[in-house]
Write a protein that binds this ligand. Sequence first.
Ligand code: GCW
Length: 678
Amino acid sequence: FGYQAWLAYHPLADEAKREAANYRWIASCEQEETVQAAVSELVRGIGGLRGEAVQVSKEQEPITGKGIRIGTFKGNEEVRLLCGDAVERLSMEGFVIRTVGDITVIGANTSAGVLYGAFHLLRLLALGNAPADSDIVEKPANGLRMINQWDNIDGSIERGYAGQSIFYANNEISYDSERIQDYARLLASTSVNAIAINNVNVHRLETMFLTEAYLPRIAELAAILRRYAIKLYFSINFASPIEVGGLQTADPLDAEVREWWKSRAADIYAAIPDFGGFLVKADSENRPGPFTYGRDHADGANMLAEALAPYGGLVIWRCFVYNCKQDWRDRTTDRARAAYDHFMPLDGAFHPNVLLQIKNGPMDFQVREPVSPLLGAMEHTNQLIEFQITQEYTGQQRHLCYLVPQWRTVLDFQTLAQGAASPVKRIVDGSVYGRELGGFAAVSNIGSDANWTGHPLAQANLYGYGRLAWNPELTAEEIAREWAAQAIGPDEAVIDTVCEMLMASLDIYESYTAPLGVGWMVNPNHHYGPNVDGYEYDRWGTYHFADRDGIGVNRTVQSGTGYAGQYIGENAAIYESLERCPDELLLFFHHVPYTHRLHSGITVVQHIYDTHFDGAERAEGLVRKWQSLTGLVNEELYRLAQARFSEQAAHAKEWRDIINTYFYRKSGIADERGRTIY
Ligand code: GCW
């Protein structure tokens, strides 16, 4: 189960099949490969959904009965005419789906738009929602909709929980083309249009990607992805001029270094004419960067931008820059402040083909963090928001944790950058500051596991990411339903149950893990499972400061690290204030006694006990809910997920008991309800 994921095209129920009967033939006159990919997908999809083959036809032939005409406005005159005045309103990647008499037309400015239109129609059909009379115009909210693979050439995946890489093995670029193509289909169907194919931590061999040793093979990969309108990027090592070029320095202001990058860019574009650009992790977690030479991040990014600009390439520069060798005794340094402190002073200094990639929160993909204050702060800089689909800190695809609700919360957050109409989603799409480049990036959660994501339900996160990147107004629930209906099948009762489980899962996970926004109570290195003090006396800047009296990090301006002051206006005031700070982020911003009363009316320590008992119980509830689907879903799906739910329930108890016991022992305060704490 699961290889076809949400492109399974399960046969429709009889009634919905009648809708699919509106599409008996597909006519297209363009040979362009992405248009042809769209046609093949329609053939495969409608054939599967209807259980009957579809006829493919050349445009000029006379065709009778109901069918689809598909193509670009430039390449297919008929399509352009049928699309009417919608043609004028369409962006480059948008599409029109329109019924005119017996014909449904899918038209777009570009072949990418045509492909998105085809996937859209298939989605509507699979969901039983294709109107007999369509008049649809869609366009993506975000220009860049990117996936980052943290894959290494040895076949491992940093923070990968679904097997090995599908791109590499044994220190070679090594892949099954069909599998890559199927990944591209999955990604394109959700709207993804860019992929960085290697880990941002660029090791020795991957540093050589920009040489003749690897470029031909990478060009082959790019060709597979191109058919699905996905541009290939790779991560580079800032020290490449030294490690590859044999130069003495990688100083971004050194003339020889700049020339070196320019000639590398020329080589790359000779091999891959539509190469997307570089993704860069510099001066971060021991990676080399401009700091070595007393230069700043704008110097570093702009040097690369200059090399790529003649070819239309982009530099995606990550803002995950902080001191990872902090002394835990040092109470003045605050990791949460770091991205803003490093990058805010550089606003306006970056070239137009640079985008800053900013993690959604100021720390690192915890189950609960505030939104990064850098999002919205930089008026003159292109920004991409970075999410983590792979569940590093959210259960590692052993636990169910549907992340779309978390991403929606982040995207809807009002930055107040330009008054009340500046939510994060309008910052990153570029509209608030009128920026041309912007969008989403996210760390993929797939690997060589047959069902792609290990936990079969973790597919919903990958699916949801792409859908949100296209349209951040979709609700988490809508997306969950879409995924379940397409991946599992059309049985409404099954869809309801699966959606209920997905929708509850983030809150369940948060309940039994680290409380009230404090984060980080995990085992060091692999980050799986509870360990309250795992990072407390370490150098990573990730502390909770629990003592016998209280817990939390004082990040106020008045008496703490000052981080709260990085927010704009009222947001800063709310986080600064102990009274106004939202409960779920209390310990991120304030150090409070265990007896502090939350807005909910209960004390902090009682909240910890209550949520942990409750979370573990609800994890157990997931097992029972899933059991209610016995016999109603594919057997393999049932078995795979059942095993994970049992593990999650047992592991949630471990979390509950370790966290509760820790705080009981620290505080000496008993549970008001007298439940067992060890
Ligand atoms: O979350 C941390 C991870 C690292 C990762 C780093 C980053 C790729 O633990 O594994 O490195 O973030 O985002 O660069």
